[in-house]
Design a protein around this ligand. Structure first.
Ligand code: SF4
Length: 168
C-alpha cells in the first residue's frame, strides 16, 4: 500500500473529548463523524497538544474565558506549541506531502477559529493557540487552511470539511 501523503492536524480534543474542560465534553471519546470522513478520505491525522491541560489546570479544570487565559505565560506555551506544529508541517511539506488543513474547535478560548465564548454569548474571535499558529505561518510565509469544528453540532461543520478535503 502506498502512502496517501495527505495530512490533517487536529486539535487534541477532536480525538479525545476526555481533555475538554469540565462539563464541556460532547462525546465520550472521539468525534466519530469527523473521524469517519477523514478516515474514508485516506487522511493521516496528527493530534496537536492541548495547551489548557498542559498549562497546569489539568483534567479537572473549569471552563475559562479567553481573557482569563490570555497571559504572558499562557501565550508563551501556545507559541511554543504552535512552533512545534509549524516544524512538523514544514517537515511534511519538504517531502512533498500535502498538509490539507488544521482543525480547531469553535468557542474554545484556545482552539477556536471563528467564534469564542464570552459569558453566555458567542462572539467573533480566535483562540490563543490558533492565533499563534497563524502568526507563525505568517512569519514563515505559508498558509494552511484552518477550519473550526463546531462541537455543539458537528453536522454543521461537515460540509466545510468535505469541501476542504475536495479542494485540499
Ligand atoms: S484547549 Fe483546545 S484541545 Fe484542549 S480541550 Fe480546549 S479545544 Fe480541546
Amino acid at each position: 500500500m502506498q502512502r496517501g501523503k495527505k495530512i490533517v492536524f487536529v486539535s487534541h480534543c477532536i480525538l479525545n473529548q476526555n481533555a475538554a474542560a469540565m462539563g464541556k465534553a460532547k462525546q465520550p471519546g472521539v468525534f466519530k463523524d469527523i473521524l469517519d470522513i477523514l478516515g474514508e478520505a485516506g487522511i493521516g491525522l496528527i493530534q496537536m497538544g492541548c495547551p489548557e491541560m498542559e498549562f497546569g489546570s489539568g483534567l479537572n479544570r473549569k471552563p475559562r474565558s479567553k481573557s482569563s487565559y490570555d497571559t504572558k505565560s499562557y501565550r508563551t506555551l501556545c507559541k511554543k506549541m504552535a512552533q512545534d506544529v509549524i516544524k512538523q508541517i514544514e517537515l511534511y511539506l519538504s517531502k512533498n506531502y500535502k498538509v490539507v488543513g488544521i482543525l480547531g474547535v469553535e468557542f474554545s478560548p484556545t482552539c477556536a477559529v471563528y467564534q469564542i465564548e464570552e459569558g453566555n454569548r458567542n462572539v467573533p474571535g480566535k483562540g490563543i493557540l490558533i492565533e499563534e499558529i497563524e502568526e507563525e505561518m505568517r512569519k514563515k510565509r505559508f498558509q494552511i487552511p484552518i477550519l473550526g469544528i463546531n462541537p455543539n453540532n458537528t453536522n454543521s461543520s461537515i460540509e466545510k470539511l468535505q469541501s476542504l478535503l475536495r479542494y485540499g
